[in-house]
Design a protein around this ligand. Structure first.
Ligand code: FES
Length: 174
């Protein structure tokens, strides 16, 4: 009885928590299914916010510090909501000496976001990387995983402004 009372409820009444619950059930609520559970949260809600991490910690009886440790160790996991599109500006040496900081500055000014932030309309997230392995094409940016070679501030901004802003089918179904 005490154990039942100790089970934490989902952070919200959103029915999608059932998907996460199912992932934990498949793992018999073992601490060993933490990574699978975090995957389920991210796949379902797009990121791992504090409330979801607390929920997973309580439900799987794993110390919150360990849950944070796992969530921050793997680059796959996002602690903040990401935009529909992600632009990564490379600041590695080859790109840097070919003026990639100007690309970054142009994006921050045009969209009013800093590195690591997402626009208010959730359409674009801006990230940086030290080298994305395409040095001969410097300066480069990645847009939704696609390499954009030899960028200028103008070409990159033009590309980003052309991004579709409508909701994806998946989002519309929520
Ligand atoms: S430094 Fe930018 S791709 Fe290598």
């Amino acid at each position: 009885m005490r154990d039942l009372l100790a089970v934490p409820p989902p952070p919200t009444e959103d029915k999608r928590w059932r998907i996460v619950e199912a992932a934990m059930r498949r793992g018999a609520y073992s601490p060993n299914c933490l990574i699978e559970t975090l995957h389920a949260v991210q796949e379902t809600f797009g990121c791992l916010d504090e409330a979801s991490l607390r929920f997973c910690a309580g439900r799987l009886r794993v110390p919150l510090s360990k849950v944070y440790g796992v969530a921050t160790f793997y680059h796959h996991f996002q602690l903040k909501p990401q935009g529909r599109h992600t632009c990564v500006v490379c600041l590695g040496t080859a790109c840097y000496i070919r003026n990639s900081p100007r690309l970054l500055k142009a994006v921050t000014q045009e969209f009013g976001i800093e590195e690591g932030q997402t626009t208010e309309d959730k359409n674009l997230s801006l990230l940086t990387a030290r080298c994305v392995g395409a040095c001969s094409l410097a300066p480069v940016a990645l847009l939704d995983g696609q390499t954009l070679p030899g960028q200028t501030p103008e070409s990159l901004i033009e590309r980003l402004k052309a991004l579709p802003a409508e909701e994806t089918k998946r989002e519309a179904e929520k």
